[in-house]
Design a protein around this ligand. Structure first.
Ligand code: HEM
Length: 108
């Protein structure tokens, strides 16, 4: 992103025109916003996460599709299975996306 005006983030000055790398996965683990941010917790309820963006013109266009799919997946797992066992994830290597490439799983 390119700063449109001089500002400051957590004491770090940012000048108009500066290039800034924005990492949403870091924002979702902000301990001043989320309790125990690294814990996967389905009971958090409505959460001010920035997983689909922080609002504005580039907010994820597919967020409705993604949320519908995730609701369907968790609905099936919670209501129609006995459980799921997961193995060790194989992560993507990259600076921009913190993603899982493969995750062995067994649904019973
Ligand atoms: C869990 C799944 C998904 C996550 C976490 C996700 C996350 C994101 C994020 C963080 C952005 C950038 C927001 C920004 O720059 O402010 C984005 C943009 C976008 N996403 Fe997604 N997304 C998901 C699924 C999808 C799906 C299923 C589609 C399409 C069907 C989609 C289409 C797009 C498009 C077109 C943009 C660019 C919007 C723009 O720049 O104007 N996304 N998404």
């Amino acid at each position: 992103r390119t700063a449109t005006r001089d500002t400051e983030i957590r004491g770090v000055p940012i000048a108009e025109g500066d290039k800034v790398g924005l990492l949403y996965c870091s924002g979702n683990r902000d301990e001043t916003v989320f309790d125990d941010p690294a814990r996967f917790d389905l009971r958090r309820g409505r959460s001010p996460h920035v997983g689909f963006g922080g609002g504005g013109v580039h907010y994820c266009l597919g967020n409705g599709v993604a949320k519908t799919q995730l609701r369907a997946i968790f609905n099936e797992l919670l209501n129609n299975t006995d459980g799921i066992e997961v193995g060790e994830p194989d992560f993507l290597v990259g600076n921009f996306i913190n993603g899982v490439k493969h995750l062995p799983a067994r649904v019973s």
